[in-house]
Write a protein that binds this ligand. Sequence first.
Ligand code: RI2
Length: 304
Amino acid sequence: MTEMKLVEDTAAKIMSMEVRGALRIAVEASKALLSVIEQGATFDELVSASDKLRDARPTAVSLPNAINYILHLAEEAGKNEPTVAKAMLIADVTSFIKELEGTIDKIAEIGSRLIENGDVILTHCNSKTVTSVLAKAKRDGKQFKVYACETRPRYQGHITVKDLMEAGVDVTLIVDSAAYYTMLHKDVKKVFVGADTVYANGDIINKIGTSQVALAAKTAGVEFIVCTESIKFSPASMMGEVPEIEERESSEVTDMKEIKVFNPAFDVTPKEYVHMVVTEHGIIPPEAAYSVLKERFAWSFGED
Ligand code: RI2
């Protein structure tokens, strides 16, 4: 496969959601760009490959953040003589990918400490970050139960159930509309969800239905915990930019072609509903998102 074909293929897999999850799309796009670099692409070719990947899905900011960082690394490396520049860039991008992939284990380590014996936990959608937290707690010998929302229309909850069963976690599937009832009648103590984008003000974008789960959790007095790598924080939101909420095909919802369908893929949970945010750097209140952004994305403000 030529390298551009690999880029197009990766973009298509991200669009169709064969490759999904906010962290994974950033990692896979970065790997595609790494192979373009390894083939000796010019900076302009790298930019054109980046453009093919950047818009594959519009909401999760992890994707443009990773791409923009690789372009920044390319600009920096490009200040050197070409052979040095190429070797330097390959080393930098390889270590960036390794770091990205490693963040999930750090969050698992930190987040699993929040789980106590006897906890009943509810989760929505399939966040690999959340399932790694739950799997780590299980490996540490904690006894707890999980309820997983099926997550219409794509049923990512089924993936969550499978992942957690493989990890030996006691997990039960529920329909999305049973979330509040389950919180009240099954003694749910904590909600754990992932994130696609974190705003500078601490609001969280995640899979459609997350904000309803947060509202229910607030009413039911259940802790609402978000697990997210800092690559999902939005530098553009510091300047007031709001990410587009992706709307997907009606065919995901129904095969009845004659009816009107509205199918947003994400929603925004206001920070007031979020008790804490678990990142690879530690646990923060949602209001601390601005400080994380200032530090994490210093390179994009010309401050590194
Ligand atoms: P991780 C997913 O989006 C879900 O909204 C999930 O909560 C979020 O990405 C984060 O996933 P989609 O790709 O990065 O299912 O934690 O639309 O795996």
